[in-house]
Design a protein around this ligand. Structure first.
Ligand SMILES: [Zn+2]
Ligand SMILES: [Zn+2]
Length: 817
C-alpha cells in the first residue's frame, strides 16, 4: 500500500481524474453487453446559453449520483448528453452582433451565423459539465440543430400527422409581440403588474348608459359584446338589449354570463377579441364575431381607424383622452392584476387569431393521467403537478413558430389548390424553404408550383422525443431495449413543459410512456433565499466555486442542501464544510495508509469490542445509504455517510486505536492486526459509499491505497458495498457507545483542566452502576487506558460520585493526575 501524501491538492486531483476517466472510457455504455441490465438516464439537453449556473450544478449532480450509484450496482448505465440548440435568444443575439435583421438574408445563411454562437456556448457548458465530474458517455453527444436530429424531429411530425394528431387551423394563440411568434401555454408566465382600471360609459339605445370597467380601453374597437352576471339584479333587465360601444360606433347585444364577477369593477364587462383567454371562451359560447385589432408586432391595425400604427400603450392613452373629451370616462383607478407574459422576454402576451400547426394533445389527457400514476416520482407529491397541468389545458399545443433558427416543418402547399404536400420519410432532413418537394405535380390538381411552409417547429418539439432518440430510434432495430428511460430528471419548473411534452409525444408516437420514474430537483436560490439571478446580486458563478473549493465540495452542497425536489439555497458555508470534510477524510485515509503497509486482508484476526462496534455501525450506514439512494434521497445518504466518516470513524474510532497501532509491544500484535483489519475495510467501504457524491477524491484515495489489491481499474466500476449482516451486532454497538462516551468524557475532563490530551493520568476510578456495564467496560479496559494514557484503572459495578459521563447519568468517574 502506498502512503497518501500529506498535501491534498484537490483541484489538481480533480483535473487529473477527469482526464483519465475519459481516457479509460469507463463511462461508455456497452451495447454488446447483454449480461448487465441497462439503466437509461434521460439527461435533459440544456439550452446552450453559455452559462452553467448553480442550478445546473444541482441538476447534474443529481443525475451523476444516480449514474455512478447504478453503475456500481452492476447496471450498464446509459448516460447521454445533448444540446437543445434552437431558440429565439440566439436569433436575437445574432441579429445584434452582426447588426442585421434575420429577414435580410436566406434562412440557411442566417442559420449558419446562429450555429456559430451555439457552438461557442456549447463549448463553455461542456467544459463546465466535465469540470463537475459528470460520468457522461460523451460518444453519445448530439445537437438538435444538426440535420441528423432534424431528420428525427421531422419524421416524428410525419408519423403524428399520419396518425391524426396534427392539424393546421386558425385558432387563437398566445402571441408574444416582441418575439413575434406564437407561444404555447407552458411558455406563458403570470406576473402581478400594476394597471389602470378605466370606468367607461356605454350609452344605451334610448337613454342612460351602463358603465363598464376595463384595463384595456385600447381594445374598444374589438369589443363584440358586453356581459353581466345573470344573477346580478342590477343588470338583469338589460340582458338582450343593445348598447353602443363608444369610439367604435358599433351596437352590440348585452349577454348574461355567469363567469362575470359582479364584484369586479361595476359588474359590467366588455368582451373583446381578444383581451384574454376568458374572451376566447365567451366568443365560442355566445357565437360572437372576431375583430382583430392588434397585429403581430403588438401595434393597432387598420380595424382601429385613426389609431392604426400606434402601440397598445399609445392607443390606450389616446383612447382614454378621447373618451374623457366625450364625457364618457368616469374615472380611472390603479389596479394590481395578474398579467400573462412571455416566459422568455416578459412582454405581456396578446391573443391573436392565427393560422398555426397544432398537436392534438388534449385527447391524450386521460392517458397522461393514467401514466402519471404508473410512474415513480421522487418525491412522490410531484405527480400531481403533471396531472393538474394536463387537466388544466384549454388549448392544444401550438407547435409552429414564426422564426428561422429552428427545425423546419416538412410541408409544402400547392400554389393552385392549397393541397398540403407532406414530405416522405426518405426525403429527410429537408428544409422546404430551400428545397422543393420531390414530386412533379400536385396529386390533386396537377399544378407544378408549390409554396413552402415558412413556419418552423417550437423548440420543445425537438427535445420532447429525447427518450426515443437516446434509445436509438428510428435507426436501431432494438431501440426499445433502452426505452422507456429508467429515470427522467426534471426541474420542478419544467414539469409542465418537458415532462408533459415528452409524455404526449411518446404516447402518441409509440403508445408507451417515455420514462419509468421522474426525479425532480428544486431551484437553486441565492444565499438570501431569493431565486438566484444576476440582477439581484445574489448570483454565484460556477467557475468561482470550482476554482475555490473544487467540484467535490460543490457536489456535496448539491447532494446535502435539502430534500430532493425542494429549493436549495446556495451557501458558501456548505461548500466550505464539504471541503473541510474532504480534508478530514484525507487525513484519516493517510493515517490508515501509514499503518497498513504490512497488512494483508487474508490474515485471521480476533476483533476487539470497538472494532466490532465500528464494523456494525458501518454495516448500518451501508444499509441506510443504500436505501436512501434507491429512492433518490441524496441528502439523507450524504448526511449518513458524512456523519459516520467524520464523527464515528475519524473522531472516535481512530483516536481509540492509536495505542494499539503505535505500541504492539505493549498491547500485542494481534490487537494491532484487528485494528488494521477494521481500518482497511472501513476506509475502503467509506470511499465506495462516497464515490457517487465525491468521485474525484474517493478515486484518488482508492487508487493510492487499494489499487494493488483490487481488480477494478476505478472505484467507479467497483461493486457497491452490501451491508455485511454478519458484522451487525446490537450488543457491541451498545457497549461500544458506552466505551466511547467514557473515553470522550475523560478527554473532555482533561481539556477542562487545561491539560494537553496526551497528559498521563495516574489513576481513574469508574463507577459503572451495574454489573453488566462494569463487565463490558472491563473488556474494553485497554482501549480506555491506552487512549487516555491512564496508569491504573478501577472499574466498579456500584454507583458513586464524580464527573458524570454525558448521556449516561448513572456512570461517573474520578481521575487523579
Ligand atoms: Zn417574448
Ligand atoms: Zn393542387
Amino acid at each position: 500500500m502506498k502512503t497518501l501524501p500529506k498535501q491534498c491538492d484537490i483541484l489538481k486531483i480533480e483535473e487529473k481524474w477527469q482526464k483519465r476517466w475519459e481516457q479509460m472510457g469507463i463511462y461508455h455504455f456497452d451495447d454488446k453487453d447483454q449480461k448487465r441490465p441497462a439503466y437509461v438516464i434521460n439527461t435533459p439537453p440544456p439550452y446552450p446559453s453559455g452559462d452553467f449556473h448553480m442550478g445546473n450544478v444541482l441538476n447534474w449532480t443529481y443525475f451523476d449520483i444516480v449514474a455512478r450509484y447504478k453503475r456500481m450496482r452492476g447496471y450498464n448505465v446509459f448516460f447521454p448528453q445533448g444540446w437543445d440548440c434552437h431558440g429565439l435568444p440566439t436569433e436575437v443575439e445574432t441579429e445584434k452582433h452582426y447588426g442585421i435583421k434575420k429577414t435580410d438574408m436566406p434562412p440557411d445563411k442566417f442559420r449558419k451565423l446562429c450555429e456559430q454562437f451555439v457552438e461557442k456556448y456549447i463549448g463553455i457548458m461542456r467544459t463546465a459539465v466535465k469540470r463537475l465530474g459528470c460520468s457522461i458517455d460523451w460518444t453519445t453527444e448530439y445537437k438538435t440543430m444538426n440535420p441528423d436530429y432534424w431528420r428525427r424531429t421531422q419524421l416524428s411530425f410525419i408519423l403524428l400527422y399520419k396518425k391524426g394528431f396534427i392539424y393546421r387551423g386558425t385558432h387563437p394563440v398566445n402571441w408574444c409581440p416582441r418575439c413575434e411568434t406564437a407561444i404555447a401555454d407552458a411558455e406563458v408566465e403570470h406576473e402581478a403588474r400594476g394597471g389602470l382600471l378605466h370606468f367607461i360609459r356605454f350609452p344605451l339605445d334610448h337613454e342612460g348608459y351602463l358603465t363598464i370597467a376595463t384595463t384595456r380601453p385600447e381594445l374598444l374597437p374589438a369589443c363584440v359584446t358586453v356581459a353581466v352576471n345573470p344573477n346580478d339584479d342590477r343588470y338583469r333587465p338589460y340582458v338582450g338589449k343593445t348598447i353602443n360601444v363608444p369610439i367604435a360606433e358599433r351596437k352590440v347585444v348585452i349577454v348574461a354570463d355567469e363567469v362575470v364577477d359582479p364584484e369586479f369593477g361595476t359588474g359590467v364587462v366588455m368582451v373583446c377579441t381578444y383581451g384574454d383567454k376568458a374572451d376566447v371562451k365567451s366568443v365560442a359560447k355566445h357565437r360572437l364575431p372576431v375583430i382583430m385589432c392588434i397585429d403581430e408586432k403588438g401595434r393597432m391595425n387598420q380595424n382601429t381607424g385613426k389609431y392604426a400604427g400606434m402601440t397598445a400603450t399609445e392607443a390606450k392613452k389616446a383612447l382614454a383622452a378621447e373618451l374623457k373629451k366625450a364625457g364618457l370616462l368616469e374615472k380611472m383607478e390603479p389596479l394590481q392584476q395578474e398579467v400573462g407574459v412571455c416566459s422568455r422576454c416578459k412582454t405581456p402576451i396578446e391573443i391573436l387569431d392565427r393560422e398555426q400547426w397544432f398537436m392534438e394533445t388534449r385527447k391524450l389527457t386521460d392517458d397522461v393521467v393514467k401514466n402519471a400514476w404508473d410512474i415513480t416520482w421522487y418525491p412522490d407529491h410531484m405527480r400531481t403537478r403533471l396531472i393538474d397541468w394536463a387537466k388544466s389545458l384549454d388549448w392544444d399545443w401550438v407547435i409552429s413558430r414564426q422564426r428561422i433558427f429552428a427545425t423546419p416543418i416538412p410541408i409544402w402547399y400547392c400554389t393552385s389548390c392549397g393541397t398540403q404536400v407532406l414530405a416522405e420519410p426518405d426525403w429527410l432532413p429537408i428544409d422546404p424553404r430551400i428545397q422543393p418537394p420531390r414530386i412533379e405535380s400536385c396529386p390533386k390538381c396537377g399544378a407544378r408550383e408549390f409554396t413552402p411552409e415558412k413556419n418552423v417547429f417550437d423548440t420543445w418539439f425537438d427535445s420532447s422525443i429525447s427518450c426515443a432518440v437516446h434509445a436509438g430510434w428510428p435507426d436501431k432495430k432494438n431501440w426499445r431495449r433502452l426505452f422507456p428511460a429508467d429515470v427522467h430528471p426534471s426541474g420542478v419548473d419544467i414539469i409542465r413543459t418537458w415532462a408533459y411534452y415528452l409524455m404526449v409525444r411518446h404516447l402518441a408516437l409509440f403508445n408507451e410512456k417515455p420514462y419509468k420514474s421522474c426525479l425532480i430537483n428544486g431551484m437553486s436560490l441565492g444565499s438570501d433565499g431569493r431565486k438566484m439571478s444576476k440582477s439581484l446580486g445574489n448570483y454565484v458563478a460556477t467557475p468561482e466555486v470550482f476554482g475555490k473549493y473544487g467540484a467535490d465540495a460543490a457536489r456535496q452542497w448539491a447532494a446535502s442542501g435539502g430534500a430532493t425536489g425542494s429549493d436549495i439555497p446556495f451557501r458558501w458555508a456548505d461548500v466550505e464544510y464539504g471541503r473541510r470534510f474532504l480534508r478530514k477524510l484525507w487525513n484519516a485515509a493517510r493515517f490508515g495508509s501509514q499503518h497498513l503497509k504490512d497488512y494483508r486482508l487474508t490474515e485471521e484476526v480476533r476483533l476487539e469490542l470497538l472494532d466490532r462496534w465500528l464494523l456494525s455501525k458501518l454495516a448500518h450506514v451501508v444499509q441506510k445509504a443504500t436505501s436512501a439512494l434507491e429512492v433518490c434521497q441524496f441528502n439523507l445518504a450524504a448526511e449518513e455517510i458524512r456523519n459516520f466518516a467524520w464523527h464515528t470513524f475519524c473522531d472516535s474510532y481512530i483516536e481509540a486505536i492509536k495505542h494499539r497501532l503505535y505500541r504492539p509491544e505493549i498491547y500485542g500484535e494481534s490487537k494491532r492486526k484487528a485494528a488494521q483489519h477494521t481500518l482497511y475495510l472501513t476506509i475502503c467501504r467509506l470511499l465506495q459509499l462516497l464515490a457517487p457524491i465525491t468521485p474525484h477524491v474517493a478515486e484518488e484515495i482508492y487508487q493510492t491505497l487499494y489499487a494493488e489489491d483490487k481488480r477494478h481499474s476505478s472505484i467507479h466500476v467497483s461493486s457497491w458495498p452490501v451491508p455485511d449482516e454478519k458484522t451487525m451486532d446490537e450488543e457491541s454497538e451498545k457497549y461500544g457507545d458506552l466505551v466511547i462516551a467514557v473515553i470522550e468524557e475523560i478527554r473532555r475532563d482533561k481539556a477542562e483542566r487545561k491539560k494537553p490530551l496526551n497528559t498521563p493520568i495516574k489513576d481513574v476510578t469508574i463507577f459503572a452502576s451495574t454489573d453488566k456495564n462494569a463487565r463490558n467496560l472491563d473488556l474494553a479496559q485497554e482501549s480506555i487506558t491506552g487512549t487516555c494514557k491512564i496508569d491504573t484503572i478501577k472499574i466498579l459495578a456500584q454507583k458513586g460520585s464524580g464527573k458524570e459521563v454525558r448521556d449516561y447519568p448513572n456512570i461517573r468517574f474520578v481521575a487523579e493526575y
